[in-house]
Write a protein of this length. Structure first.
Lengths: 116, 117
């Protein structure tokens, strides 16, 4: 079974530029998550989708970050404009039904973003 | 609020040594789930184990074992006879039971394990 796919794996941009990340979850997984992992810290949830609806985006900096999950499968996360503090690894995860701890979250390889 | 503390930030051992990674959690919920993930240098978080709050039985899987103690709010992870391939950052995480809202995982800061040959 294919895992969670993410692209690109690495991205370097200048501050104030925009960037987009793509995620394809495990087939059949209804719930998709985007996490931000700053160097030396654990991942922090940015947004959670259940199918194509948002369940939680309370920690998403909405003035610059946006995310969508059209058709309830693939998802894109966008940052516009980027700031230096956005340098981090952006991890996508998916789970079968998003029933809290009942469903294990499986993670993709992440996108390492460097903002200069 | 949920909180996960991994007091150790970095441990270095020699191959074949046993090593224990500590995890202490805080939650007001009576139903919750605890997880351990491994993050090798490639960056992908690899699921290791899930435990629910009603199951305090210790678990062993090959060289890995987990000790869950509700009385001390701890969920410690032991690697027996460590190997170089165990070198990674290990994260403990907590998820509370869903109540119509987000089922997000709250992670500790991680513990970097280096196993030297």
């Amino acid at each position: 079974e294919a895992g969670v796919a993410q692209s690109p794996r690495y991205k370097i941009i200048e501050k104030r530029q925009s960037v987009a990340f793509w995620c394809n979850p495990i087939s059949g997984h209804a719930t998709l998550y985007w996490y931000q992992q700053i160097l030396g810290q654990g991942p922090k949830l940015l947004i959670q989708f259940q199918n194509n609806g948002v369940v939680d985006d309370s920690q998403l900096p909405k003035d610059r970050f946006s995310a969508e999950r059209l058709k309830g499968v693939d998802s894109t996360l966008k940052i516009q404009p980027a700031k230096l503090e956005d340098s981090a690894v952006y991890l996508c995860a998916s789970s079968l039904a998003g029933r809290g701890g009942l469903d294990t979250q499986y993670f993709g390889p992440g996108t390492r973003l460097t903002v200069l | 609020a949920q909180k996960v503390t991994q007091a150790q930030t970095e441990i270095s051992v020699v191959e074949k040594e046993d090593v224990t990674l500590d995890c202490v959690y805080e939650t007001r919920d009576t139903t919750y789930y605890l997880f351990w993930y491994k993050q090798p240098p490639s960056g992908e978080l690899v699921f290791l184990i899930r435990r629910n709050s009603f199951d305090e039985q210790n678990e062993i899987s090959g060289r890995y074992s987990w000790n869950f103690q509700k009385s001390t709010s701890s969920f410690n992870f032991t690697i027996t006879a460590s190997q170089v391939v165990d070198s990674a950052v290990y994260f403990c995480a907590l998820s509370e039971s869903p109540q119509g809202g987000s089922e997000k995982l709250v992670f500790g800061k991680g513990m970097k394990l280096t196993v030297n040959p």
